[in-house]
Design a protein around this ligand. Structure first.
Ligand code: PGA
Length: 255
């Protein structure tokens, strides 16, 4: 099947102490030696990044931060900067995850400042967008997702499709065990690609990787990933167990 190269991300959220993260990274390094056709990105808590990087530095597994501030540095207690993440070995940064938006009140404007900072520093943003259940049930999915994509990308000058990843993560599917159906995912991804074509141009939009996130597990990965416009997955719960995470990656290798 002729598809874009898939990216599978494991978002560990606020799980795994530094020593637990080291064990997980060691397991992944061993289990994923033969992965060739998929890009794998792990997203550890900030405090775990340096030690995870040390273990994975000779592997092809990439590292992402889960969040960052948009300023270069300053009196922002508890925050991390793009420069800190880059110096720790991150190549990607998750921006606008639904937990940042809905638990911590992150706005589209803040998401945009972070995206612009990522581009300015060379970190590749994984821009997360997605509607709540109420928004879906009231027929507003496209309004919400379209607004989040356009606002998140405002002012971005994209020269290569590899600089940006978008993750469609319906809020109602995150951590609930209820994934979007393959048809719902494909429909949303096509819509996002259309918006990206409008924001940039259609040849860039054709090549941009759009991940699906929300209750992805070994049992549903194949039916989701086989969709033409689903270019990978961003995985929370199932990424915490290296066995499950690697089974999903092995499924992705087939496409
Ligand atoms: P989940 O989380 O796989 O646990 O649903 C996905 C995410 O938050 O990226």
């Amino acid at each position: 099947m002729n598809k874009r190269r898939l990216i599978i991300g494991g978002n560990w959220k606020m799980f795994k102490t530094p020593s637990e993260a080291v064990s997980a990274a060691k397991a992944l390094k061993v289990k994923l030696v033969n992965i060739e056709h998929v890009d794998v990105v792990v997203c550890p808590p900030a405090i775990d990044i340096v030690s995870v990087r040390e273990i994975l530095k000779e592997s092809s597994i990439k590292i992402a931060g889960q969040n960052m501030h948009w300023e270069n540095e300053g009196a922002y207690t508890g925050e991390v900067s793009a420069g800190m993440l880059i110096d720790s070995g991150c190549e990607y940064i998750i921006i606008g995850h639904s937990e940042r938006r809905h638990v911590f009140g992150e706005t589209d404007g803040e998401v945009n400042k972070k995206v612009l900072k990522a581009f300015a520093t060379g970190l590749k943003p994984i821009l997360c967008v997605g509607e709540t259940l109420d928004e879906r049930n009231s027929g507003h999915t496209e309004d919400v997702v379209g607004r989040q994509v356009r606002a998140g990308l405002a002012g971005v000058v994209l020269s290569s499709p590899q600089q940006l990843v978008i993750a469609y993560e319906p809020v109602w599917a995150i951590g609930t065990g209820v994934n979007a159906t393959p048809e719902q995912a494909e429909e949303a991804h096509c819509f996002i690609r259309k918006i990206v074509a409008d924001v940039f141009d259609s040849s860039l939009a054709d090549e941009i990787c759009i991940q699906y996130g929300g209750s992805v597990k070994p049992a549903n990965a194949e039916e989701l990933l086989k969709n033409k416009n689903v270019d990978g997955a961003l995985i929370g719960g199932a990424s915490l167990d290296p066995e499950d995470f690697c089974s999903i990656i092995k499924i992705a290798e087939k496409f």
